[in-house]
Design a protein. Sequence first.
Length: 333
Amino acid sequence: MKAVILPNYNPNLIRAILGMKVENKLMPVPAKGEVVIKIHASPCNPSDIAFLTGGYNIKKTLPAIPGFEGVGTIEFVGEGVLKEMIGKRVSCFVQNDKSGSWSEYVISTPDECIFLKDEMPDDQAACFAVNPFTAYGLYNLAREKSSKCIIQNAASGQVGKFIRILAKKDGIQVINIVRKPEHIELLKSEGETEVLNATDKKFEESLALKASKLGADICFDAVGGSQSGQIINAMPAGAELILYGGLSGADLSHIDALGLIFDRKVLSGFNLMDWMADLEEGEFEDISEYLQDLFIDGTFKTTISDSYSLDHIVKGIRAYIGNMSAGKILIKP
């Protein structure tokens, strides 16, 4: 099979990308409890970019095959796996050491597979295992708090878009934070009334006024860095900022320590895998059914900018990092 190979991690992203190559590898053989999936399509996510630089929490033995997420068909099963799974189309999120989704075939387990409805489009299924569940998990935290208003940054991104849709269904207000004028225009064209530009000089002051007026008591932060401090400083007493990404590549900073203490504010983190592990038996399957139906009826849709073959993956990833707000790229073996 063909697979993308990362020979070394490199904190310089461009060098890490240019160091990748496509090689012929032996087909994976499923061990006990494993399945082999023929990949139809796999996206490039921020977690994949962090992995290439060695900055992600998952590190593989080098040389490694990158890629965590994808859609494909189960081709082979190992001992202890029902043969009826062969031929089933699945979305997967794979983090094992010996495999990766930027290849023609990937090793996985049934627990890492999301079985798909026939009506679920392949391109949407390729991006199904991470962002939709992240948005659902975060949004449910706001529902559990009976929040009247949510703050979120990276609001024009895929997770931000899904959260906006879910909030609108329930009549919950969202204060959206972006960084480009065109993103403000985009969100307002989609009916959003509360949109702030994080680069404005009066950003923190404007956010504090809106957060107080609308009673924003929860924030979903995909950026980190100094923006985390700006946001939590501007939030009312008792508010919580939940960090689920680190797009800035910087440590949290500019946090008012005394404000955090005396206004009883909370900083916490959200990890999708931990959230999934805490679900009750059968709950994940119910959520998957619900989310798939949102894609099938068109309520949810991941924006995909382009597709690339394995042989053109360097071109594809460079296009993605050059304009991430244009949407995902898909790698199609």
